[in-house]
Design a protein around this ligand. Structure first.
Ligand SMILES: Cc1ncc(COP(=O)(O)O)c(C=O)c1O
Length: 486
């Protein structure tokens, strides 16, 4: 086996550092720490400095990232984030702030938050915003808490039902249930859109809200959206927009103008923070005036003299959803991204995200089933049903084979309403050459599935390890190094 594939490097007596003998008088560790706190031995890997450097460099090279290659993970908007935004977030004036500093010392940071809230409200057609939630799902939960409070204050605390289309992201029903609501699923029609009859039949005096993703998770724009919002409002409910797909709407259309009362943004998708692996996020929300009084405290406000302050004097606020002001440096990145692009640049983001998804759709449509094959928004959902019925090759196999061609797989088996789904979101940041290389690989895999299905079913062949028991890898993850028996 090649040296680089041998994980265990420890050799007794080997050291990474060669320090001179300590010339400071030693104190007895037992006296310093207490006898019971001392270990007999500490089994650490014994390795040279070169081995340590190579170990971590090798591990980093096995990690796929947007800085390494194309990452078309649908619904995740894995777009390239300009490095300058990282630089801005690391400026000491932002990065070294302490959340307990006096307001007079953090006027710049407060102004940034105040302006960012205004920009997000403008972009979404809302009246106010907050960047306090730290994930999209957190923004959903906050919005539902505010909807709950709204109905309480408006004399209908019994509205306990939240309607959610069956194509929704799993976090939507989870957030509603977590907030104490009962979830009712609304079916999707043959065109991949909300079934209007099912919606009308479900509306009644118990409905607190409809949660809708637009563009929806099939990658399609809900063309009846104005009527949908009107119907829910007439029934006394509010309409929530899961705005994780905002990348497709930037500068083109605004949820607030469609009739939505509240929405969350995934700042970490649309507005520049690198994400994946559970890093810090920002699930900012935007609200119409009817929900503004319920925003979490503190709200960043401006006094008549132009100074900014953290306003806690908000009698209807639902409380706080996170300590201090959420992940402030995500807000800094989002602010830098929006200011750098401006209105024109943001619109180009939306247009190119849509163009890229449709380019892929057009290039591969002969080779795969596309359940709703018409102009899509920023992502295209294809199906491996044809391959499955012809040669037993499933969506998962196609994803694994894509890794052999050097690409990160698309999202698999979501949305649940599309059998053998592969959800591809190219984002606006990819070039035509990259999209072509990806389409070529998919077309080649479709040919392999027909002519030599085993090569697809047993993929990947060129990665350090091939197929994992994916459930065990998640449920029984073991990252603890234990020394080999002597
Ligand atoms: C449509 C949609 N809604 C909500 C979320 C939840 O966002 P987060 O992962 O930041 O909680 C996601 C995330 O993938 C999403 O794609």
């Amino acid at each position: 086996m090649s040296d680089s594939l041998i994980f265990e490097k420890s050799v007794p007596g080997r050291r990474a550092a060669n320090l001179p003998e300590c010339d400071v008088p030693r104190r007895d560790p037992a006296e310093l720490l207490g006898e019971g706190n001392l270990r007999e031995s500490l089994p650490l890997p014994e390795v040279s400095e070169l081995e340590v450097v190579r170990h971590y460099t090798r591990l980093s090279q096995r990690n796929y990232s947007i800085d390494y290659g194309f990452y078309p993970l649908g619904s995740c908007t894995m777009k390239y984030n300009p490095k300058v935004n990282e630089k801005v977030a690391r400026l000491p004036g932002f990065a070294r702030l302490h959340p307990l500093q006096d307001e007079t010392q953090v006027q710049g940071a407060l102004q940034l938050l105040y302006d960012l809230h205004q920009m997000l409200a403008e972009i979404s057609g809302m009246d106010a915003a907050t960047v306090q939630p730290v994930a999209g799902a957190h923004g959903e939960l906050l919005s539902l808490m505010m909807i709950h409070e709204y109905h309480h204050v408006h004399g209908s605390p019994d509205r306990k039902l939240v309607l959610i289309p069956d194509s929704a992201h799993g976090t939507n029903p989870a957030s509603a249930a977590r907030c104490g609501f009962t979830v009712k699923s609304i079916s999707t029609n043959a065109h991949g859109l909300t079934d209007m009859d099912a919606l009308k039949a479900a509306l009644n005096e118990n409905v607190a809200a409809l949660m809708l993703t637009n563009p929806n998770t099939v990658g399609l724009f809900e063309s009846d959206i104005v009527e949908i919002c009107d119907l829910v409002h007439q029934a006394g409910g509010l309409v929530y927009c899961d705005g994780a797909n905002m990348n497709a709407m930037l500068g083109i259309t605004r949820p607030g103008d469609m009739g939505f009362d509240v929405m969350h943004f995934n700042l970490h998708k649309t507005f520049s923070t690198p994400h994946g692996g559970g890093g810090p996020g920002c699930g900012a929300i935007g609200v119409k005036a009817n929900l503004e009084p319920f925003l979490p405290i503190p709200v960043v406000s401006r006094r008549e003299d132009g100074s900014y302050f953290l306003n806690e004097d908000r009698p209807h606020a639902i409380g706080s959803i996170h300590s201090f002001y959420g992940n402030f440096l995500n807000a800094v990145r989002g602010y830098a991204y929006i200011r750098a692009l401006g209105a024109k640049g943001l619109r180009e983001v939306g247009e190119n995200a849509i163009l890229n998804a449709n380019y892929i759709r057009a290039r591969i449509q002969e080779h795969f089933d596309i359940p709703h094959n018409r102009i899509c928004m920023h992502e295209v959902v294809i199906s491996a049903s044809r391959q499955k019925s012809q040669s037993g090759v499933r969506a998962m196999d196609i994803s694994k084979r894509l890794m052999d061609y050097g690409f990160h797989p698309p999202t698999n088996y979501f949305p649940l309403i599309v059998p053998e789904a592969l959800m591809i979101e190219p984002t606006e940041t990819e070039s035509k050459q990259t999209l072509d290389a990806f389409c070529d690989a998919l077309i080649q895999i479709a040919k392999e599935a027909a002519e030599n299905p085993e090569i697809v079913k047993s993929a990947p062949h060129h990665t350090p390890i091939s197929r994992l028991d994916e459930t065990a890898a998640v449920k029984q993850l073991n990252v603890k190094w234990v020394p080999a028996e002597a």
